[in-house]
Design a protein around this ligand. Structure first.
Ligand SMILES: [Ca+2]
Length: 99
């Protein structure tokens, strides 16, 4: 299922070049996974980004509260420096197929 991750990236000196999303799947590794960075060109700061990611909605039959993902984002400036990861937000996928 597609999920849109949006936020605001700022840099005091340079433009915003890349956005990267980090996803931690309730069923996946505890450390989570870094998705490939998305190049956005050279966006003036502050830049409001919107990145669509694909999450798997299927869940274990015993998992009544849905499949939880924690998603965070960070930005790279045009000088190549990554900013800190944002606080994560939770997304819960409810698979409707096997209810
Ligand atoms: Ca769950």
């Amino acid at each position: 299922m597609p999920v849109t991750v949006s936020g605001k990236a700022t840099d005091a000196l340079s433009k915003i070049a890349k956005i990267q999303i980090h996803v931690r799947d309730e069923y996946g590794p505890a450390a989570g996974v870094d998705l490939p960075p998305v190049s956005v060109g050279a966006q003036p700061s502050p830049y409001t980004f919107s990145v669509t990611i694909q999450l798997t909605a299927s869940r274990k039959g015993s998992d009544k509260d849905g499949r939880r993902y924690d998603v965070s984002a960070r930005a790279q400036d045009s000088a190549g420096n990554w900013g800190a990861w944002s606080a994560s937000k939770s997304v819960t996928a409810h698979d409707q197929s096997g209810k």
